[in-house]
Design a protein around this ligand. Structure first.
Ligand code: PMP
Length: 448
């Protein structure tokens, strides 16, 4: 056995010869037998990825797929981008330790410098960073803890339809929860506007409701330690926050001494057509929660916040895996690449064109109830053409049909009826056309 074969055997990677439809089916069968009932993407995407580059994933069965899920929005540069691989190899070849808890290293120093260089200027001037356990949800926990310690209050303002993660605090803050400490506020949306009007008027009413509730001594709002908001609700069904509304939320929180926490886990690093989702409105939050793309495809999560809030005690938010050097190097390379190559602007431009094309599709596909998005965070809401009600079964059929046509998409939204596109920011015009063509074909096929 060669060294490579030995390494592959040790890592249980099937050598080239054992790939193929039969091997893929056997792996999927073993997965279904051995993995948790709670597994998610694995159910709707029964593929066995063995190679990937850019937008493309190759399955063990030899089929190729255009990946518009991008690791749930993680892969800003697509799979295995050369600058990311080079950064990872650089650390591996240097002999640097891979695990260092939260100790200082040159790799971490470079990551922090690059991240701070990209933060909204009003925050960067006076920011602190806390490296968290490697998931977005852990950074959300850290943010909640930070503002609760700093304000001495325990309540939280969060929004209907929000998604912030799967650990206890993040889950409480998410739309489906009913925790008494969390006051649930309306998030503006045109389609199914909670006030029945949509547009600027719907957003104005959402803000007015928030303000009146906060100022009502009998409003039943536990004293809020912070307001947690996604600049675009992703899992909630791709709802971009109107800029004016976000600015109102900044005014409302600032004038009441309530820290504003922007959850940029999914919207960060160019995804929405600006480097951060909050940049569209010029809002400077007090805390930003970051994960996904900042690790350049590897696990990394941080919060950055105004130094004034930095009054928690040593160890207030600890965790073993806060020093992933490979993720920091991959993240530094990704942040720098997005900045130098203007990929946020590119996402705005290409995303705008895709949005227009998707709206064009809606004209003769009555099951498309709404098309919305910002940058390369796009959503197509699937409805029953007769009633206009969300149509999750049809959306799932479209996802399946897309997969058959070699296109990976995910579903989101309150009812799981929004087909979501989160392609890499490196998407070319030709690839965008291929993605739209496959989706355009899948929708009538599934509806039929
Ligand atoms: N916040 C937002 C806005 C997210 O989209 C997600 C994940 N989809 C999270 C937090 C949680 O991140 P993770 O899954 O890494 O815990």
């Amino acid at each position: 056995m060669s060294l490579t074969e030995q390494a592959a055997a040790a890592a249980q990677i099937p050598p080239q010869g054992v790939r193929g439809p039969v091997a893929a089916e056997a792996i999927l069968r073993r997965q279904a037998q051995r993995e948790s009932a709670a597994r998610t993407y694995a159910r709707s995407l029964p593929i066995v990825p063995v190679r990937a580059r850019g937008l493309t994933i190759e399955g063990a069965d030899g089929r190729r797929y255009l990946d518009c899920l991008s690791g749930a929005g993680t892969l800003a540069l697509g799979h295995n981008h050369p600058v990311v691989l080079e950064a990872i190899r650089g650390v591996l070849d240097s002999g640097a330790p891979l695990h260092v808890l939260d100790l200082a290293t040159p790799v971490k120093d470079a990551f922090t410098t690059e991240l701070f260089a990209n933060l909204p200027a009003g925050l960067a001037a006076d920011a602190r960073i806390q490296f968290c356990g490697p998931a977005g949800t852990d950074a959300v926990e850290a943010a909640l803890k930070l503002v609760r310690v700093a304000t001495g209050r325990s309540g939280l303002l969060a929004f209907a339809g929000a998604y912030h993660g799967m650990t206890a605090g993040a889950l409480e803050a998410s739309g489906g929860a009913t925790d008494v400490r969390v006051t649930r506020l309306p998030y503006p949306q045109d389609h199914r506007c909670p006030f029945g009007v949509g547009g600027a008027e719907g957003a104005r009413l959402s803000a007015a409701w928030t303000e009146s509730l906060l100022d009502d001594p009998k409003g039943g709002v536990p004293a809020p330690a912070g307001m947690l908001v996604e600049p675009v609700q992703g899992e909630g069904g791709v709802h971009p926050a109107p800029d004016d509304w976000l600015r109102r939320m900044r005014e409302i929180t600032e004038s009441r001494g309530i820290p504003l926490i922007a959850d940029e886990v999914q919207t960060g690093v160019g995804r929405t057509g600006a480097f951060w989702g909050v940049d569209h409105s010029g809002v400077v939050p007090d805390v930003m929660v970051l994960s996904k793309a900042i690790g350049g495809s590897l696990p990394l999560a941080v919060i950055v916040y105004r130094s004034e809030l930095d009054v928690w005690a040593p160890g207030a938010h600890a965790g073993t895996f806060r020093g992933n050097q490979l993720a920091m190097a991959a993240g530094t390379a990704t942040l720098a690449y997005v900045r130098r190559n203007g990929l946020a602007e590119r996402a705005a431009e290409l995303g705008g064109r895709m949005l227009t094309a998707l709206r064009g599709l809606a004209a003769d596909r009555p099951c498309i109830g709404d098309v919305r998005g910002r940058g390369l965070m796009l959503g197509v809401e699937i409805v029953d053409p007769e009633t206009g009600a969300a149509a999750p079964a049809l959306a799932a059929a479209i996802r399946r049909d897309c997969l058959d046509r070699g296109l990976i998409v995910e579903l989101g939204g309150r009812h799981g009826a929004v087909v979501r596109l989160l392609p890499p920011l490196t998407l070319t015009d030709e690839q965008a056309t291929a993605v739209l063509d496959r989706l355009a074909d899948a929708i009538p096929a599934a509806a039929h």
